[in-house]
Design a protein around this ligand. Structure first.
Ligand code: ZEM
Length: 299
């Protein structure tokens, strides 16, 4: 990464125990509030962490480099990016902790929210570092950096994950497939409809198995072009998801992750952690933190 393309994280951070407390607060709220979709706000928190990070562009030397550092999705200007439709729910869910922990930045809060959701939904441990700072309106990244689900070529998906975010084919397959084990599409947000898996509140490698094993047909409806499984007609795939099966360079990793859940989870933990840190340089004094789940603490 080019040196001009990173922002320096603050070395002035709280001790580990303080962040574990914030983690616990978020996890407890996740456990208590089940009035969303399949019973959890976890998936939308993961999507918020991804969308605040996924605007990073390694080739952009300007102030609008994007990434999770600046917390700019708090501004209408970034919320109005059509790809961010529906994410206000996640921001509102986390807002009380911004008030309670007054010097916690939005970037730290939203990325920690994603880490907490992954772990509490039985996912792997995600290493996380604090020190992001809220910046002003001039740090809002331009639109069209986040991927458009209607694009159905490997070239397009690579232009986002490799071109801008700097991930390999294997890393992008891992990120998309584990991310889309969780949650669902909402007609009133993206225009797409339905979940990818039968267990949308559990972090699994099921997306990869279903993508390979099911017979996916274009759904017959008057909504956007999406795919549906022929056997139950209750699951969905986006056009960009289908690319992972059709492009042979992606498909070999789909096959790998469908077969090897352990590798899938450890690769995901590593790449998701790096996604949340795109465009940020942390001081050597800031060591990666690994939080205990509520269950591990007997809470
Ligand atoms: Zn998603 N994603 N995503 N994604 N995503 C949606 C929902 C969720 C794409 C995409 O357009 C969409 C990654 C990559 C990509 C999650 C996590 C991750 C939705 C539905 C769309 C349209 C939104 C709605 O209607 O509410 C595209 C095109 C991607 C890449 C090519 C990556 C990477 C993710 C994390 C690692 C999650 C968890 C959801 C479910 C949100 C929810 O509210 O349930």
């Amino acid at each position: 990464l080019l040196a001009t393309n990173v922002r320096e994280a603050s070395a002035d951070i709280k001790p580990f125990e303080e962040y574990q407390k914030i983690y616990n607060d978020i996890a407890e709220k996740l456990r208590e509030e089940d009035d969303r979709d399949d019973g959890s706000y976890g998936p939308v928190l993961v999507r918020l962490a991804w969308h605040c990070s996924g605007t990073y562009d390694q080739n952009d030397p300007s102030q609008n480099k994007g990434g999770s550092y600046a917390g700019t999705m708090r501004f209408q200007e970034e919320q109005n990016d059509p790809e961010n439709a529906g994410l206000k729910v996640a921001q509102d869910f986390l807002e009380p902790f911004k008030t309670k922990y007054s010097n916690l930045s939005y970037g730290d809060l939203w990325t920690l929210g994603g880490v907490c959701a992954i772990q509490e939904l039985s996912g792997p441990k995600i290493k996380w570092r604090p020190g992001r700072k809220d910046l002003g309106l001039d740090a809002v990244p331009p639109y069209h950096r986040l991927p458009d689900a209607s694009q159905e070529t490997g070239e397009y998906v690579r232009s986002v994950f490799n071109g801008r975010l700097g991930f390999t084919d294997q890393e992008m397959v891992c990120l998309i497939g584990v991310g889309h084990a969780l949650g669902r599409c909402h007609v009133d947000a993206s225009g797409y409809d339905g979940p990818w898996t039968f267990s949308p509140t559990m972090v699994t490698n099921d997306f990869f198995k279903l993508l390979l094993d099911e017979d996916w047909k274009i759904r017959d409806w008057d909504g956007k072009k999406q795919y549906t499984d022929s056997s139950t007609k209750s699951l969905m795939m986006l056009p960009t998801d289908m690319v992972l099966k059709k492009d042979s360079k992606f498909r070999k990793y789909v096959e790998l992750y469908a077969k090897d859940e352990e590798k899938c989870m450890s690769d995901f933990a590593d790449v998701f952690s790096r996604l949340l840190e795109r465009g940020i340089k942390f001081p050597n004094s800031t060591k990666p933190m690994v939080f205990k789940t509520l269950e591990e603490q007997g809470l």
